[in-house]
Design a protein around this ligand. Structure first.
Ligand code: GLU
Length: 460
């Protein structure tokens, strides 16, 4: 069994493309089949190396590994040429020299009459020797096929015109290349977006003209933004790698994507192996799916909470590097990550929370310090007690905070809040004694001193 993902490189791997890739990948894996990656790069202008790399990077980051490929259509022009010539010689295709102007007039006339714009077959029997090559679509009968998602579909051949399979410069068009490739690569299930469903009857006619067996087809419903319009840039990030940049875990994004148009009861969280085990074309919804950023964020948080520290570290590496955080200057990163797991919705948030353990700062949040740095007595007392503390452990630190509260007869918040601000600079920190332990003794004392300096400067 073989399935494939056949993206056209247009700049990045789109969320919708990734969903198609995931479904095709899962369907192949479920049947211990092969997943083929084919780059449809015949549009030379858009298919730059950077565009191709963007797809490979996205697939790689998601972990959707291909078993065959990547194949590049630009390397298969000879094969397409061979098929085009075969169709010409068998009188199943013909050259057409209709000018752009003639075609435009034809189109305008038909549209005016309220009819579907299609080619009238003017050159069909002229036996011309140059021009574009058109496929002789059957003139009568129906194309009927059973789509795994949409059910039975039937289109009259009269609605289909003679499609162009080669441009006048000889380069093949999508409907030709896709048929030749899916046949040559022995693809038995074509899974793709339903924006291609109108192409399928034309492709089926080509398969038949070539005497080739048909693959199964499964056309996936569209993905919509929150407002019901097709998902696009104005709904937020649509490139897979933008989600990496925003701090999503690939497994969280995959879990989110599999639920876009597919369901298994009301289960929401699926491991990758569960996806493979449970995935079935039968459970793909017919209706379009809605993209919901909040749900994705919720899933990401769930995955961060339950992930192994090692997995988080692997995914954090890029972010740490991206934000130039050097973790050799502080506590063991494992302990910090474990501490932040509960508190981070994204890896970007995690890196933000992690900086205070590795980077010094020379200023506190202005608003918070004006509010919280008022009483130097309690901070001074805490500083003295912590200075004297030999065993720098969270439990001992906590004990000292309690002592301060007791001796000065103040509530925990009175010292806890300024301490948190002193340690973090922005008040954004978890359990204060654990945080202090991780920040380390020297840095903790220095930051408390900085808080005292602040109070001294601001009390007149
Ligand atoms: N290259 C086409 C696209 O990116 C997909 C073709 C197909 O899956 O048949 O839309």
């Amino acid at each position: 069994m073989k399935s494939r993902f056949a993206p056209s490189p247009t700049g990045y791997l789109h969320i919708g493309g990734a969903r198609t890739a995931l479904f095709a990948w899962a369907w192949a894996k479920k049947q211990q089949g092969q997943f083929v990656l084919r780059i449809e790069d015949t549009d030379r202008e858009r298919s730059t190396q950077a565009s191709v790399d963007a797809i490979l990077d996205g697939m790689n980051w998601l972990g959707l590994t291909h078993d065959e490929g990547p194949f590049y259509q630009t390397q298969r022009f000879d094969r397409y040429q061979e098929i085009i010539e075969q169709l010409l010689s068998e009188d199943k295709a013909y050259y057409c020299e209709c000018s752009k102007e003639r075609l435009q007039v034809l189109r305008d006339e038909l549209t005016e009459k309220g009819e579907k714009a299609k080619y009238d077959g003017c050159c069909r029997d002229k036996k011309l020797k140059s021009g574009v090559v058109r496929f002789k679509n059957p003139l009568t009968g129906f194309v009927t096929f059973k789509d795994a998602v949409k059910g039975q579909i039937s289109i009259g051949n009269q609605e289909l015109d003679d499609l162009i399979i080669a441009r006048s410069d000889g380069t093949p068009t999508y409907n030709l290349t896709v048929v030749v490739d899916d046949h040559d690569m022995k693809i038995d299930t074509v899974i793709r977006g339903d924006d291609h469903i109108n192409n399928t009857p034309r492709q089926i006619n080509l398969y038949e003209a070539l005497g080739w067996g048909l693959p199964k087809f499964a056309h996936l419903p569209m993905i919509l933004g929150g407002d019901g319009a097709r998902l696009s840039k104005r709904h937020g990030a649509v490139s897979v790698m933008a989600y990496r940049d925003e701090g999503f875990l690939p497994e969280a994004l995959l879990n989110y994507l599999v639920r876009l148009g597919w369901s298994h009861g009301d289960q929401e969280v699926f491991s990758l192996s569960e996806i493979v085990e449970l995935f079935d074309l039968k459970n793909i919804n017919k209706a379009p799916a809605s993209f919901n950023q909040e749900k994705l964020l919720w899933l990401n948080q769930e995955y961060i909470k339950t992930s192994s520290v090692d997995n988080l570290l692997e995914n954090l590496a890029w972010h740490l590097d991206n934000q130039s955080v050097d973790t050799s200057t502080g506590p063991a990163i494992e302990a910090v990550v474990e501490h932040l797991q509960e508190r981070s919705k994204t890896l970007v948030e995690m890196v933000d929370g992690l900086k205070m353990f590795y980077q010094d700062f020379n200023q506190f949040d202005e608003k918070l310090s004006a509010k919280q740095f008022k009483d130097s007595q309690s901070i001074k007392l805490l500083l003295t007690k912590l200075e004297a503390l030999d065993d720098w452990m969270a439990s001992n630190i906590k004990e000292q905070i309690k002592q301060v509260c007791k001796e000065l007869d103040i509530g925990f918040g009175k010292i806890g809040q300024p301490f948190r601000l002193a340690l973090s600079g922005n008040g954004n920190a978890g359990n204060i004694d654990i945080v202090a332990q991780l920040v380390g003794k020297d840095r903790t004392l220095a930051r408390l001193q900085m808080a005292l300096d602040y109070i001294a400067q601001h009390s007149h």
